[in-house]
Design a binder for this molecule. Sequence first.
Ligand code: ZN
Length: 353
Amino acid sequence: MTESTEPLIFDGHNDVLLKLLMAGGRPAVKGFTDGRDGHIDLPKARRGGFGGGFFAMFVRSPTDLDAKMEEMTKPTYDLPLPPPIEQAEALPVVMEEAALLIQLEAEGAVKICRTAADIRACLETGVLAAVMHIEGAEAIDPDFRALDVLYAAGLRSIGPVWSRPTIFGEGVPFRYPATPDIGGGLSEDGKRLVKRCNELGIMIDLSHLNEAGFWDVAAISDAPLVATHSNAHAICPHTRNLTNKQLDAIAESDGMVGLNFAAAFLRADGQMRADIPLTTMLRHLDHLMDRLGEDRVGLGSDFDGALVPDKIGSAAGLGVLRGAMREHGYSEELIKKLAHENWLRVLKKTWGQ
Ligand code: ZN
């Protein structure tokens, strides 16, 4: 199988900022530049041709991660939604994560990108492109003061919810098998958030949102509909994946979906186990392209936030995925679209530049 580091991959989702925070914050940044345990660091990015992506700022629920992973290896599961987190608790965590991203930029490890042109320049010069993203908007107050400040700091993407309710809406629980049609739609504050993000040019991320919330965003937003890290429900009937009806709405809006590498959202059996043939990823990509077309599909690895296929392992293993795409018969032009061109197209439409 041919491996390569080209075309560079711009990716829809990673959780490395949380991992750096958990590893001690500022002193852990050295691990990002020199190498660390985990999915993303500069040496791994170079080896795998990882050109950058959305860097999530995320506030952890105090749940037992090992117990959650264990539960998700069973044939069926239904994890309860973690309780809501107050803004007073969430904002300092997001500040620390934003400061880590700003420190990474100050040390020359990444560039915080505010436009599609910024990202393209990074891909051309080999600087890691970072889009500042919030996964779960607990840190945002209903008067949007925090939103305005974070926008000024570079925030260009926001998921109103993680799998946990916020003042804006409700996320899906980790449940298999099940549809994402669980719970109510956006709150009035949630609807105002969508409009404010449209005005500012902040992308709304539909991954994690329940189906009622999805349709509310679809009705209100004037931007292309985007799910940064979700897969096809027709192949893996998990709550975190998108039904064909949702995919058709995304296609109609000229938005896109980033393929999530998380085992439980890829495998037809919904289990969080890493022994996955790469053909499973290609089945999702084929299905997504059947519904969305070749211009509306990309990657959204969930690196440093999920158990990924053992054949890829980390950002260093992305060459294996390119190789699998070539063996599957994807043209070089199509691989380039999936790797980064589609993200650049949709982000330019969303951000206006
Ligand atoms: Zn996520």
